[in-house]
Design a protein around this ligand. Structure first.
Ligand code: PHB
Length: 360
């Protein structure tokens, strides 16, 4: 029997990978918050090293600025201490033979002043989502955000550019722009969150402008072959909606294609939920986009092997399965049983549920 292509090497943009299994970005809330949201503790390094069987690791979301932070103890990538903190992580992954890119993230309106050092959350429009934030003061409704001025939007684009430059300095092989799940980039794209009347709102072209300016800034900084983006056209997570997802995301895919970026990473269906949601044609996107199509959301072994063999995807990203199975690639290869993830320890401090899942 021949080895399925899932387990064979390929290239994702400029990045050579040993297999087509990707570790999805996963918030784990275990950075050093007291000292400035710094990653790189021994425990953080161990966690990523343990998962280096993946052809490509996408880091947990890492905020591009203090106000871009939406959860407790998530790491940043804007300060020098944070860049230094990432270095032992990227080094350990490379020594183990894998590749790692930084997911660069701004949460926009999905945060609370308790998490941002007191700053008011920002967004395309002053629309309060029905979302709660978890802070050191408990569970709180997120407030009405400040609608960014046109000049402020330009400034956020520059923060993403700087984050991309910082990622390369920290030893990452590239970046994934977090354009999914109702965070800032997605808030601009979808009309449920964007009611602007300037060049960043209204028409589909205008709503995609921020995403494309962020992409262009990252491409200018580190090259198209090291830039990808994550999109979730149909998710309602974080109180999101859009009137015409097919038209909006088709425009975006065509524009991304012109830029020659390395990959688009699609969350197919409802984030962490049902896949059989209608409203966007992922098979069309696969055909229209010439770069790597990374598929995500609820894939198992058989689905992922089939997706690659049929040409529906070039790589498959696993999230929860990678939390519980550091040696996921080995297990999938031999069709071994998988450990079950424990949601109670997804975001808790310490080793438990982080670096203590057993390998075969
Ligand atoms: C989360 O921390 O719950 C989270 C973060 C980023 C996402 C989705 C969920 O894209």
């Amino acid at each position: 029997m021949t080895t399925p292509q899932l387990f064979q090497p390929t290239r994702i943009g400029d990045i050579e990978v040993t297999n087509r299994i990707v570790m999805a970005p996963l918030t784990r809330s275990r950075a050093d918050e007291a000292n400035g949201d710094i990653p790189g503790s021994t425990m953080n390094v161990d966690y990523y090293r343990q998962r280096s069987g993946a052809g490509l690791i996408i880091s947990e979301g890492t905020q591009v600025s203090p106000v871009g932070k939406g959860y407790m103890a998530t790491p940043g990538i804007y300060s020098e201490a944070q860049v230094e903190g990432w270095k032992p992580i990227t080094q350990a992954v490379h020594e183990a033979g894998s590749k790692i890119i930084a997911q660069i993230w701004h949460v926009g309106r999905i945060t609370h002043p308790d998490l941002t050092g007191g700053a008011q959350p920002v967004a395309p429009s002053a629309i309060q989502p029905k979302v709660v934030a978890y802070t050191n003061n408990g569970k709180v409704d997120v407030p009405v955000p400040h609608a960014l001025t046109t000049a402020e939007v330009k400034n956020v684009v520059q923060q993403f550019r700087q984050a991309a430059a910082n990622a390369i300095r920290a030893g990452f092989d590239g970046v994934e722009i977090h354009g999914a799940n109702g965070y800032l980039v997605d808030q601009f794209i979808r009309d449920g969150a964007n009611q602007r009347t300037d060049v960043y709102g209204g028409s589909i072209e205008n709503r995609c402008r921020f995403a494309l300016e962020v992409v262009d800034a990252c491409v200018a900084e580190i090259g198209a072959g090291r830039v990808g983006i994550r999109l979730s056209p149909l998710t309602t997570f974080n109180d999101m909606r859009d009137s015409h997802p097919q038209t909006v995301f088709a425009h975006l895919v065509e524009e991304l294609n012109k830029r020659g970026i390395a990959f688009i990473h699609f969350i197919e269906g409802e984030t962490g939920g049902p896949r059989d949601v209608t409203g966007f044609d992922y098979a069309w996107a696969r055909q229209a986009f010439k770069g790597t199509y990374i598929a995500n959301n609820g894939y198992n072994r058989e689905m992922s092997i089939n997706a690659i063999e049929s040409g529906r995807a070039d790589a498959v990203a696993f999230g929860r399965l990678f939390i519980a199975n550091p040696d996921l690639v080995e297990r999938l290869k031999i069709n071994a049983a998988l450990n079950e993830p424990n949601p109670k320890t997804f975001y808790t401090p310490g080793h438990v549920g982080y670096t203590d899942y057993p390998t075969l």
